[in-house]
Design a protein around this ligand. Structure first.
Ligand SMILES: [Fe+2]
Length: 450
């Protein structure tokens, strides 16, 4: 599938760029990484002579065709390319590894890019001049990408110790909220996006989307929705202060490593508080309290004086949405839970780890088959739940994405899910469907703006 090839190409390019920064241009690992970029580019070109990847406002096109999923999953490298003035890349097969190395050098600030007339040409394609009106699905993806970028900028500031600017996150949350209000189905579907490379940032955006939706359901006014969204978006930003080896450790953590991890609420809370204007303190409280449990346990440990003080309303809400997204994400040390199983875990913890009111409201909001749920139907086909119906009691919409032998369908079929047809849940690891690939199709059919 061409879209997957472009994802592999961009991932290889990111690796070649970071190898060049780490080891220099002549190191054998850098040279191997350049070759991997060239071979990935050859795959993208395929049987054609030339392929053109175009980047417009965080959105990726291959030979004029929108690549919805890769636009979000590879947002980091797309931004980096755009920051270095890259609007289109034309590859001509067989692609030369040296030319790919020059492209990698450009995006790590160590060169001017491939020479004109080489097998990799930048910004030469006339199609970038076309005006492309954003579709509704592009708008929601752009809101998601904008939040990721705000987190990167804030994370960089925190890493450099220069203090953070909350204006970026306020603006990102406003845009996210606008899209959630106008097309909640699309926003929910995007929360199924996960990233191994930027786990914390994607997790934070997903948590912000669910928190904003739950906050609206709880009747918060606009001002409080924005504060809640900011707290949810930044709740884990303190992880910037924890070493990457500990965060990505595949096995169980040692006691000292746990101590290190448990510092992130305080690091994040203090950084947000230092940057807050009067009235924005709630966002810092969310970061500080999101690992506290409803029963008063959790971390950071509370002093005896504070034990009787309840957690902030926002913190109790974000604790639920944070846990849901964490459970449904595959980590190096455990598999991803299915959405249904994650809801069941939340239900078990209602009243102990989590505020039962928010757990029940969250389940009502997503339905018992949340977006992204994969189900085996009685005829053997596999369907993915795409979005809740307009009415809480009505079954959700789903798309039949694979046939009874597990082959992905070229033209997925939208259905209203008949619960009597459901045979079993399917693990996301079994069927390789990226839910965002379906976003444009259902958006085009006007089915997301519910
Ligand atoms: Fe956390």
């Amino acid at each position: 599938m061409k879209e997957a090839s472009v994802g592999i190409l961009l991932t290889a390019l990111r690796r070649a760029s970071s190898h060049r920064s780490l080891y220099g241009a002549t190191h054998h690992l850098t040279e191997s990484a350049d070759i991997a970029v060239a071979r990935a580019a050859d795959q993208v070109v395929g049987l054609a002579r030339r392929a053109v990847v175009i980047l417009i406002d965080d959105t990726l096109y291959l030979d004029g065709r929108l690549l919805a999923a890769t636009s979000v999953s590879c947002n980091g490298i797309i931004r980096t390319l755009q920051d270095h003035g890259v609007e289109s890349i034309a590859f001509e097969a067989p692609v030369d590894a040296g030319d790919c190395g020059k492209l990698a050098a450009l995006i790590c600030g160590r060169g001017d890019g491939p020479s004109p007339g080489s097998t990799v040409t930048l910004n030469a394609d006339e199609r970038i001049q076309e005006e492309v009106a954003p579709s509704s699905s592009e708008l929601v993806r752009s809101a998601y990408a904008g939040s990721l970028q705000a987190l990167r900028v804030i994370g960089d500031s925190l890493r450099r110790g220069t203090g953070i600017d909350l204006a970026q996150s306020t603006s990102a949350v406003k845009t996210l909220l606008g899209q959630l209000v106008s097309q909640p189905g699309a926003a929910f579907l995007l929360t199924t996006m996960k990233s191994h490379h930027e786990y914390t940032f994607y997790h934070s955006v997903n948590t912000a989307i669910h928190s904003l939706a739950l906050g609206r359901l709880a009747g918060l006014d606009k001002e409080d929705q924005l504060l809640l969204g900011m707290g949810a978006l930044l709740h884990d930003i303190g992880k910037i202060g924890v070493s990457a080896e500990i965060l990505q450790k595949p096995g169980p953590l040692s006691e000292s490593e746990w101590v290190e991890i448990k510092r992130h609420p305080q690091i994040g809370g203090e950084a947000i508080l230092a940057a807050s204007n009067q009235g924005q303190e709630a966002a810092a409280i969310v970061a500080f309290e999101h690992h506290l449990r409803f029963d008063g346990s959790g971390y950071p440990a509370r002093s005896r004086r504070h034990l009787s003080k309840p957690m902030h309303f926002f913190s109790r809400l974000v604790a639920v949405t944070d846990t849901y997204d964490a459970l449904t994400t595959r980590r190096s040390y455990r598999r991803a839970e299915t959405p249904v199983r994650a809801l069941s875990v939340l239900l078990t913890s209602a009243g102990t780890a989590h505020d039962p009111d928010f757990v029940h409201a969250f389940i009502r909001m997503l339905g018992i088959y949340p977006p992204g749920t994969l189900l085996e139907l009685a005829n053997g086909n596999i369907a993915m739940v795409t979005h809740p119906s307009d009415h809480p009691q009505a079954p959700p919409f789903a798309m039949v994405v694979a046939d009874s032998v597990g082959s992905l369908l070229a033209d997925p079929e939208l259905i209203v899910l008949d619960k009597t047809d459901i045979v079993d849940q399917v693990s996301p690891a079994r069927i390789g469907v990226d839910p965002t690939v379906l976003l444009d199709w259902i958006s085009e059919h006007g089915l997301l703006a519910s």
